[in-house]
Design a binder for this molecule. Sequence first.
Ligand code: HEM
Length: 139
Amino acid sequence: MRWLPLVFVLCLSACAQQPPKDDSLYRELGAMPGITRIVEGLLLNIARDERIVERFRRIDIQRLRNKLIEQFCVEAGGPCTYTGDSMAESHKGQNVSRSDFNALVEDLIKAMDQEGISVPVQNRLIARLAVMRGEVIEH
Ligand code: HEM
């Protein structure tokens, strides 16, 4: 019992070192229901997008849906875990070009417009995904 205050102080300082998690983007995207609608809208827009739809014809769309929801949730600071493959692994051998990448981002923007997400909030999500560009294209 004598060391209880010490444990308390140690715990407090350990906790203080964790930066508070910023989940504002997650909330502004509408949390899980909003992110789910955005991902489903993105997939519908891809299905109508002749520039890139061919690449998605023979894959497990249900899996892609689920992994994208997890990934967007994590990137937005939400309480999720991404359980999919790395971006380098999942796009390896696909030879995704810069214009393919831009087309997908346009489809995502359209999906967020359809959900009434404001442009500054859209830009925050796009910025999080843009850093993955190097791992997605030309592999
Ligand atoms: C920022 C941009 C992108 C992100 C965040 C992203 C994210 C993802 C994620 C999370 C997966 C699932 C990984 C898994 O199954 O474990 C995936 C798979 C896939 N992505 Fe992307 N992706 C992006 C860009 C693109 C582009 C531009 C294309 C092609 C036009 C593309 C085509 C695919 C395909 C075809 C798969 C399925 C691979 C398979 O199951 O074999 N992705 N992507």
